[in-house]
Design a protein around this ligand. Structure first.
Ligand SMILES: Cc1cc2nc3c(=O)[nH]c(=O)nc-3n(C[C@H](O)[C@H](O)[C@H](O)COP(=O)(O)OP(=O)(O)OC[C@H]3O[C@@H](n4cnc5c(N)ncnc54)[C@H](O)[C@@H]3O)c2cc1C
Length: 269
């Protein structure tokens, strides 16, 4: 049985628990994430889990790829603790400010340098940017078939994958060749917890760090200069909530609440 080499793209994102602290830099119109702890994009944990399950069935290796600042090594170690075998961190000051196109360029350059593989799995969507652009862009840049919103991946034979793709009215069964790029959604599985043993083993696993020079990528194709997306007028919405404390016995409070909801037009009857 052919062993599979699976690459999984993972993105560190600000912890969704702290989204209230994310700001917007008025000059660059980019998100200000400083001081907010990072986590592996939740959907990317589904991608890691999907790869690990395929490895468990077929054998092979699972390798992680991320474009991120140097401190993202810690997040890659978390993915290694889940069970991945090796990781690649694509990191260079010139990558800062990359839009989805420039991000996909860097990932594609990293994956091309890694060489041969059977499958690239990404999340369908990041929890912060959430454009869903990167996975299909990556497929196009690598010249590979790609599909997103995938809810199951089954190795059909050594040359083909069978995929269940969620569409609005149901599911599409898709057959795709080896290699291809697959974006999975969060329904595909429940990511495993890391064990203490997994965390200890991850310390000895290799994290390869590649710069722009290692990837032989032009500086004008990455970062802000290589990003055609120019955010327009971005502003932070000012949320104003009026609070009103209702006091009294539960029945009295419920009556008051219903009266207020009727006055506000929320309840008709
Ligand atoms: C002008 C501009 C400047 C920006 N500057 C910055 C910046 O300085 N720092 C910053 O963090 N973001 C910056 N961004 C946001 C950045 O473009 C996106 O976060 C990034 O391109 C990924 O897009 P997304 O979050 O919509 O991913 P999606 O397309 O929603 O992600 C889908 C999947 O692609 C994969 N993926 C996405 N990004 C990565 C990655 N980096 N590494 C590995 N896999 C990945 C994951 O598997 C993910 O689940 C900027 C955006 C713009 C428009």
């Amino acid at each position: 049985m052919k062993e599979r080499r699976i690459l999984v793209c993972i993105k560190p994102v600000p912890d969704p628990e702290h989204y209230d602290k994310i700001g917007i830099d008025p000059a660059s119109k980019t998100l200000v994430r400083s001081g907010i702890p990072a986590v592996i994009n939740p959907n990317d944990k589904n991608a890691i889990e999907a790869a690990l399950e395929i490895r468990e069935y077929w054998g092979g290796i699972v390798e992680l790829v991320s474009m991120a600042p140097p401190d993202a090594e810690e997040k890659l170690r978390e993915g290694l603790a889940m069970g991945a075998d090796k990781a690649y961190l694509l990191s260079d000051r010139s990558f800062a400010g990359s839009d989805t196109l420039a991000t996909a360029r860097v990932l594609a350059a990293g994956i091309a340098k890694i060489g041969s593989f059977d499958l690239v799995i990404t999340g369908s969507e990041s929890a912060d940017g959430g454009t869903t652009n990167v996975s299909p862009q990556l497929g196009e840049m690598l010249g590979l078939p790609h599909v997103c919103n995938v809810e199951s991946i089954t190795p059909q034979n050594e040359e083909q994958w069978q995929l269940n793709v969620k569409i609005e009215e149901g599911y599409l069964k898709v057959e795709g060749p080896t290699p291809m790029v697959v974006g999975v959604n969060d329904k595909i599985n429940t990511p495993r917890y890391t064990t203490v043993m997994g965390i200890m083993e991850a310390e000895d696993k290799e994290v390869v760090i590649w710069s722009a020079a290692d990837l032989e990528i032009d500086n004008d194709k990455v970062g802000l200069t290589g990003s055609p997306t120019q955010p327009g007028d971005l502003h932070e919405p000012k949320l104003q909530r009026a609070g009103k404390l209702l006091e009294g016995e539960p029945e009295v409070v419920v009556d008051k609440l219903i009266r207020l909801l009727r006055q506000a037009g929320v309840l008709n009857a």
